[in-house]
Design a protein around this ligand. Structure first.
Ligand SMILES: Nc1ncnc2c1ncn2[C@@H]1O[C@H](COP(=O)(O)OP(=O)(O)OP(=O)(O)O)[C@@H](O)[C@H]1O
Ligand SMILES: [Mg+2]
Length: 167
């Protein structure tokens, strides 16, 4: 839906919601980076997405409901990390955090029990995100370079790149 809003959107998006995604992906993409948008449910689709991934980013909203909801997925991710002998990396990112609240920090502490690191960068709740999505764009197209949204996403990207030794 996002891709369809703007015909000049340069990001190729494909629907591959099949349990064979990990195998299909190899034949459809020769890109350096492929983002697989998953779901929090531990389905056969989630399993194949996990198999296809080099890095798993798990967004969690700063609420205990989100932390509980993610636990089955985290089990799957941890099993796969063990199987891959450290070849696969994973991290949580706190998303939709609300300015001037401490709950983001509390959530980060609660997540430590899962044994998967929590990124230092937090994505805040900002109208810039739905506003850019409504235009079929990202905040990099709609916000000024000094905006908070661009700054936090840039920080998020460079933090993820450190997992690949690409800083
Ligand atoms: N950082 C943010 N600031 C403001 N609104 C946000 C932010 N992140 C997400 N939203 C809004 O929250 C809603 C849900 O976001 P999103 O679709 O990314 O969640 P999701 O977990 O992927 O949901 P689904 O399971 O349906 O795919 C959307 O309306 C989106 O615009
Ligand atoms: Mg989604």
């Amino acid at each position: 839906d996002w891709r369809a809003v703007d015909e000049d959107n340069p990001v190729p998006v494909i629907g591959l919601d099949r349990p064979t995604l990990d195998k299909d992906l190899k034949s459809v993409s020769d890109k350096d980076y492929v983002v697989i948008d998953g779901s929090p449910q531990a389905t056969s689709l989630a399993i194949s997405a996990i198999k296809a991934a080099d890095f798993i980013l798990i967004p969690v909203q700063p609420s205990p409901y989100d932390i509980w909801a993610t636990s089955d997925l985290v089990d799957l991710v941890q099993q796969r990390i063990e199987m891959m002998d450290g070849q696969l990396k994973a991290a949580f990112v706190v998303s939709r955090a609300i300015q001037n609240t401490n709950i983001g920090k509390e959530v980060a502490t609660a997540l430590l029990d899962y044994n998967i690191p929590v990124l230092e960068t937090r994505v805040m709740q900002r109208v810039a995100y739905p506003n850019s999505a409504a235009l079929g764009k990202t905040v990099f197209d709609t916000e000024s370079p000094s905006s908070n949204a661009i700054q936090e996403i840039t920080a998020l990207v460079s933090e993820i790149q450190t997992f690949f030794g690409e800083e």
